[in-house]
Design a protein around this ligand. Structure first.
Ligand code: SF4
Length: 300
Protein backbone atom coordinates (compact mmCIF):
# COMPACT_ATOMS: atom_id res chain seq x y z
CA UNK A 1 0.00 0.00 0.00
CA UNK A 2 1.62 3.18 -1.12
CA UNK A 3 0.30 6.67 -1.70
CA UNK A 4 0.92 7.62 -5.31
CA UNK A 5 0.94 10.99 -7.07
CA UNK A 6 -1.76 9.66 -9.42
CA UNK A 7 -4.03 9.15 -6.42
CA UNK A 8 -3.28 12.66 -5.20
CA UNK A 9 -4.17 14.09 -8.61
CA UNK A 10 -7.39 12.10 -8.82
CA UNK A 11 -8.51 13.28 -5.42
CA UNK A 12 -7.58 16.88 -6.24
CA UNK A 13 -9.09 17.08 -9.71
CA UNK A 14 -11.34 14.05 -10.13
CA UNK A 15 -10.01 13.29 -13.60
CA UNK A 16 -6.94 12.17 -15.46
CA UNK A 17 -4.16 14.76 -15.37
CA UNK A 18 -1.10 14.87 -17.63
CA UNK A 19 2.10 16.83 -17.29
CA UNK A 20 3.13 19.11 -20.14
CA UNK A 21 6.85 19.73 -19.94
CA UNK A 22 8.21 23.19 -20.61
CA UNK A 23 11.70 24.51 -21.19
CA UNK A 24 11.86 28.11 -20.02
CA UNK A 25 15.49 28.34 -21.11
CA UNK A 26 16.76 28.72 -17.57
CA UNK A 27 20.31 27.94 -16.61
CA UNK A 28 21.64 26.63 -13.32
CA UNK A 29 23.93 28.27 -10.74
CA UNK A 30 25.96 25.09 -10.86
CA UNK A 31 26.71 25.75 -14.52
CA UNK A 32 26.90 29.52 -14.89
CA UNK A 33 29.73 29.92 -12.38
CA UNK A 34 27.69 31.10 -9.39
CA UNK A 35 28.49 27.93 -7.48
CA UNK A 36 30.12 25.88 -10.21
CA UNK A 37 30.63 25.56 -13.94
CA UNK A 38 30.61 21.83 -14.62
CA UNK A 39 27.21 20.99 -13.16
CA UNK A 40 26.50 17.92 -11.07
CA UNK A 41 28.74 15.08 -12.23
CA UNK A 42 25.81 12.95 -13.44
CA UNK A 43 23.92 15.76 -15.18
CA UNK A 44 23.90 15.91 -18.96
CA UNK A 45 22.01 19.24 -18.91
CA UNK A 46 18.55 19.99 -20.32
CA UNK A 47 15.39 17.97 -19.86
CA UNK A 48 14.92 15.42 -22.60
CA UNK A 49 11.13 15.75 -22.56
CA UNK A 50 11.05 19.51 -22.50
CA UNK A 51 9.15 20.85 -25.48
CA UNK A 52 11.71 23.46 -26.48
CA UNK A 53 10.47 26.53 -28.30
CA UNK A 54 10.31 30.24 -27.83
CA UNK A 55 6.85 30.77 -26.44
CA UNK A 56 5.24 28.78 -23.62
CA UNK A 57 1.95 28.70 -25.61
CA UNK A 58 3.73 27.04 -28.50
CA UNK A 59 5.48 24.57 -26.22
CA UNK A 60 2.27 23.68 -24.39
CA UNK A 61 0.41 23.12 -27.67
CA UNK A 62 3.18 20.88 -28.95
CA UNK A 63 3.39 18.87 -25.73
CA UNK A 64 -0.43 18.52 -25.75
CA UNK A 65 -0.40 17.36 -29.39
CA UNK A 66 2.09 14.58 -28.58
CA UNK A 67 -0.44 13.07 -26.16
CA UNK A 68 -3.11 12.83 -28.88
CA UNK A 69 -6.72 11.73 -28.25
CA UNK A 70 -5.88 9.90 -25.01
CA UNK A 71 -5.70 13.29 -23.29
CA UNK A 72 -9.12 14.48 -24.51
CA UNK A 73 -11.11 15.69 -21.50
CA UNK A 74 -8.04 15.53 -19.24
CA UNK A 75 -6.48 18.33 -17.25
CA UNK A 76 -2.85 19.38 -17.37
CA UNK A 77 -0.01 20.43 -15.12
CA UNK A 78 2.70 22.61 -16.62
CA UNK A 79 6.08 21.18 -15.66
CA UNK A 80 9.02 23.57 -15.68
CA UNK A 81 11.68 20.90 -15.83
CA UNK A 82 14.90 22.00 -17.49
CA UNK A 83 17.52 23.86 -15.49
CA UNK A 84 16.82 25.67 -12.24
CA UNK A 85 13.40 27.20 -12.63
CA UNK A 86 13.45 29.68 -9.77
CA UNK A 87 16.86 31.00 -10.79
CA UNK A 88 15.81 34.28 -12.44
CA UNK A 89 14.63 37.73 -11.36
CA UNK A 90 11.30 37.56 -9.53
CA UNK A 91 9.53 39.78 -12.08
CA UNK A 92 10.56 37.46 -14.87
CA UNK A 93 9.42 34.42 -12.89
CA UNK A 94 6.13 36.14 -12.10
CA UNK A 95 5.39 36.75 -15.79
CA UNK A 96 6.46 33.27 -16.74
CA UNK A 97 4.52 31.34 -14.08
CA UNK A 98 1.36 33.45 -14.16
CA UNK A 99 1.31 33.40 -17.96
CA UNK A 100 1.01 29.63 -17.86
CA UNK A 101 -1.09 29.24 -14.71
CA UNK A 102 -3.75 31.65 -16.01
CA UNK A 103 -4.67 29.23 -18.81
CA UNK A 104 -7.91 27.40 -17.91
CA UNK A 105 -6.66 23.96 -18.96
CA UNK A 106 -3.59 24.28 -16.70
CA UNK A 107 -4.63 22.97 -13.30
CA UNK A 108 -1.31 23.54 -11.53
CA UNK A 109 2.43 24.00 -11.83
CA UNK A 110 5.38 21.69 -11.18
CA UNK A 111 8.62 23.61 -10.79
CA UNK A 112 12.02 21.90 -10.69
CA UNK A 113 14.66 23.85 -8.80
CA UNK A 114 17.45 23.85 -6.23
CA UNK A 115 16.98 24.67 -2.54
CA UNK A 116 19.62 27.42 -2.75
CA UNK A 117 17.49 29.29 -5.29
CA UNK A 118 14.52 30.21 -3.13
CA UNK A 119 15.04 33.76 -1.88
CA UNK A 120 12.23 35.49 0.01
CA UNK A 121 10.76 37.16 -3.09
CA UNK A 122 10.52 33.81 -4.86
CA UNK A 123 8.97 32.15 -1.82
CA UNK A 124 6.34 34.89 -1.68
CA UNK A 125 5.60 34.41 -5.39
CA UNK A 126 5.25 30.64 -5.01
CA UNK A 127 2.90 31.13 -2.07
CA UNK A 128 0.83 33.57 -4.13
CA UNK A 129 0.60 31.07 -7.01
CA UNK A 130 -0.30 28.21 -4.68
CA UNK A 131 -3.28 30.17 -3.35
CA UNK A 132 -4.80 30.02 -6.83
CA UNK A 133 -3.89 26.54 -8.10
CA UNK A 134 -1.73 23.72 -6.72
CA UNK A 135 2.03 24.21 -7.06
CA UNK A 136 4.62 21.46 -6.60
CA UNK A 137 8.22 22.55 -6.10
CA UNK A 138 10.76 19.82 -6.78
CA UNK A 139 14.03 20.07 -4.89
CA UNK A 140 17.05 18.15 -6.17
CA UNK A 141 18.43 16.89 -2.87
CA UNK A 142 19.68 13.57 -4.33
CA UNK A 143 21.52 12.67 -1.12
CA UNK A 144 21.59 13.76 2.51
CA UNK A 145 25.32 12.95 2.66
CA UNK A 146 27.39 16.12 2.34
CA UNK A 147 30.41 14.01 1.40
CA UNK A 148 28.63 12.27 -1.47
CA UNK A 149 27.11 15.59 -2.56
CA UNK A 150 30.49 17.32 -2.54
CA UNK A 151 31.94 14.48 -4.60
CA UNK A 152 29.39 14.96 -7.39
CA UNK A 153 29.56 18.74 -7.09
CA UNK A 154 26.02 19.55 -5.90
CA UNK A 155 27.17 22.98 -4.78
CA UNK A 156 25.18 23.38 -1.56
CA UNK A 157 25.16 21.77 1.87
CA UNK A 158 22.31 19.59 3.07
CA UNK A 159 21.41 22.21 5.70
CA UNK A 160 20.45 24.52 2.80
CA UNK A 161 17.89 21.92 1.76
CA UNK A 162 16.69 21.70 5.38
CA UNK A 163 16.12 25.46 5.53
CA UNK A 164 14.29 25.46 2.20
CA UNK A 165 11.96 22.69 3.38
CA UNK A 166 11.20 24.68 6.52
CA UNK A 167 10.69 27.91 4.58
CA UNK A 168 8.26 26.24 2.19
CA UNK A 169 6.32 24.45 4.93
CA UNK A 170 3.04 26.18 5.60
CA UNK A 171 3.11 28.21 2.36
CA UNK A 172 0.68 25.88 0.61
CA UNK A 173 3.41 24.90 -1.86
CA UNK A 174 3.84 21.11 -2.12
CA UNK A 175 7.44 20.05 -1.60
CA UNK A 176 8.79 17.17 -3.68
CA UNK A 177 12.22 15.73 -2.90
CA UNK A 178 14.43 14.05 -5.51
CA UNK A 179 16.49 11.10 -4.26
CA UNK A 180 19.15 9.18 -6.20
CA UNK A 181 20.03 5.61 -5.22
CA UNK A 182 23.44 4.18 -6.06
CA UNK A 183 25.63 7.26 -5.79
CA UNK A 184 29.32 6.56 -5.29
CA UNK A 185 30.90 7.99 -2.12
CA UNK A 186 28.06 6.90 0.11
CA UNK A 187 27.09 3.44 1.44
CA UNK A 188 25.21 1.24 -1.00
CA UNK A 189 22.02 1.85 1.01
CA UNK A 190 22.66 5.60 1.30
CA UNK A 191 19.21 6.32 -0.17
CA UNK A 192 17.74 5.00 3.08
CA UNK A 193 19.40 7.77 5.05
CA UNK A 194 18.35 10.32 2.45
CA UNK A 195 14.71 9.18 2.54
CA UNK A 196 14.76 9.21 6.35
CA UNK A 197 16.28 12.70 6.32
CA UNK A 198 13.61 13.98 3.94
CA UNK A 199 10.88 12.24 5.97
CA UNK A 200 11.63 14.46 8.97
CA UNK A 201 10.18 17.37 6.98
CA UNK A 202 7.06 15.40 6.01
CA UNK A 203 7.41 16.23 2.32
CA UNK A 204 4.29 16.24 0.20
CA UNK A 205 6.05 14.21 -2.48
CA UNK A 206 9.18 12.26 -3.38
CA UNK A 207 10.84 11.03 -6.57
CA UNK A 208 13.29 8.15 -6.75
CA UNK A 209 15.73 7.19 -9.42
CA UNK A 210 18.84 5.13 -9.75
CA UNK A 211 22.10 6.86 -10.62
CA UNK A 212 22.32 6.93 -14.41
CA UNK A 213 25.81 7.11 -15.84
CA UNK A 214 25.35 9.23 -18.96
CA UNK A 215 27.69 9.67 -21.87
CA UNK A 216 29.75 12.84 -21.82
CA UNK A 217 29.39 13.53 -18.10
CA UNK A 218 32.12 13.59 -15.43
CA UNK A 219 30.38 10.55 -13.91
CA UNK A 220 31.19 8.63 -17.08
CA UNK A 221 34.90 9.31 -16.52
CA UNK A 222 34.64 7.98 -12.98
CA UNK A 223 32.70 4.98 -14.22
CA UNK A 224 35.43 4.22 -16.79
CA UNK A 225 37.95 4.33 -13.94
CA UNK A 226 35.91 1.75 -12.03
CA UNK A 227 34.87 4.18 -9.30
CA UNK A 228 31.11 3.88 -9.75
CA UNK A 229 29.47 0.66 -8.56
CA UNK A 230 26.43 -0.36 -10.61
CA UNK A 231 23.35 -1.34 -8.69
CA UNK A 232 21.27 -4.28 -9.90
CA UNK A 233 17.60 -3.79 -10.68
CA UNK A 234 16.63 -6.20 -7.89
CA UNK A 235 18.71 -4.29 -5.35
CA UNK A 236 17.35 -0.94 -6.50
CA UNK A 237 13.73 -2.09 -6.23
CA UNK A 238 14.31 -3.56 -2.75
CA UNK A 239 16.09 -0.38 -1.61
CA UNK A 240 13.33 1.95 -2.80
CA UNK A 241 10.73 -0.29 -1.14
CA UNK A 242 12.66 0.09 2.12
CA UNK A 243 12.78 3.86 1.63
CA UNK A 244 9.00 3.93 1.17
CA UNK A 245 8.54 2.03 4.43
CA UNK A 246 10.39 4.89 6.15
CA UNK A 247 8.26 7.67 4.66
CA UNK A 248 5.21 9.30 6.22
CA UNK A 249 2.04 7.68 4.85
CA UNK A 250 0.85 10.94 3.31
CA UNK A 251 3.96 11.61 1.18
CA UNK A 252 2.95 11.05 -2.44
CA UNK A 253 5.29 8.83 -4.46
CA UNK A 254 5.76 10.72 -7.72
CA UNK A 255 8.29 8.44 -9.33
CA UNK A 256 9.77 5.00 -8.69
CA UNK A 257 12.24 5.10 -11.55
CA UNK A 258 13.58 7.79 -13.84
CA UNK A 259 13.25 8.54 -17.52
CA UNK A 260 16.93 8.78 -18.34
CA UNK A 261 17.95 9.51 -21.90
CA UNK A 262 18.40 6.06 -23.44
CA UNK A 263 20.65 7.50 -26.13
CA UNK A 264 23.12 8.66 -23.46
CA UNK A 265 22.69 5.88 -20.91
CA UNK A 266 25.78 3.82 -20.22
CA UNK A 267 24.82 2.13 -16.97
CA UNK A 268 22.86 0.53 -15.53
CA UNK A 269 21.52 -0.92 -18.79
CA UNK A 270 18.34 -2.17 -17.10
CA UNK A 271 17.29 1.43 -16.37
CA UNK A 272 16.39 1.82 -20.06
CA UNK A 273 13.58 -0.73 -19.71
CA UNK A 274 11.20 1.28 -17.58
CA UNK A 275 8.29 -1.10 -18.10
CA UNK A 276 10.26 -4.00 -16.67
CA UNK A 277 11.40 -1.91 -13.71
CA UNK A 278 7.81 -0.90 -12.98
CA UNK A 279 6.70 -4.53 -13.23
CA UNK A 280 9.35 -5.46 -10.68
CA UNK A 281 8.03 -2.71 -8.41
CA UNK A 282 4.44 -3.87 -8.83
CA UNK A 283 5.43 -7.29 -7.49
CA UNK A 284 7.67 -5.99 -4.69
CA UNK A 285 5.28 -3.30 -3.47
CA UNK A 286 2.61 -5.89 -2.73
CA UNK A 287 4.49 -6.50 0.53
CA UNK A 288 5.12 -2.86 1.38
CA UNK A 289 3.05 -0.62 3.63
CA UNK A 290 4.21 2.98 3.30
CA UNK A 291 5.12 4.36 6.70
CA UNK A 292 5.48 1.00 8.47
CA UNK A 293 9.06 1.88 9.48
CA UNK A 294 8.48 5.64 9.77
CA UNK A 295 9.43 6.78 13.23
CA UNK A 296 7.31 9.90 13.14
CA UNK A 297 10.29 12.16 13.83
CA UNK A 298 9.95 15.76 12.76
CA UNK A 299 12.61 18.29 11.91
CA UNK A 300 13.20 21.12 14.34
S1 SF4 B 1 21.37 18.28 -11.82
FE1 SF4 B 1 20.22 20.21 -11.58
S2 SF4 B 1 21.48 21.41 -10.17
FE2 SF4 B 1 22.81 19.80 -10.98
S3 SF4 B 1 23.82 20.73 -12.77
FE3 SF4 B 1 22.00 19.64 -13.52
S4 SF4 B 1 20.40 21.24 -13.58
FE4 SF4 B 1 22.06 22.02 -12.26
Amino acid sequence: MIHTFDEELKSLFGRKVWKLTLDAGRTCPNRDGTCGTGGCAFCAGGGRFAAAGDEPDEQLARARAVLGPKADGAGFLAYFQSGTNTYAPVDELRRSFWGVLARPEILGLCIGTRPDCLPDGVLALLEELARVKPVWVELGLQTASDEAAAAFGRGYATEVFDRAMEALAGTGVRRVVHVIAGLPDEPEDGALQTAAHAARFRPEGIKFHVLNVLRGTPMEERFRRGEVPVMSRERYVALVCDCIRRLPPETAIHRLTGDGDKRLLIAPAWAADKKRVLNAFAAALADVRQGEAWKGESAG
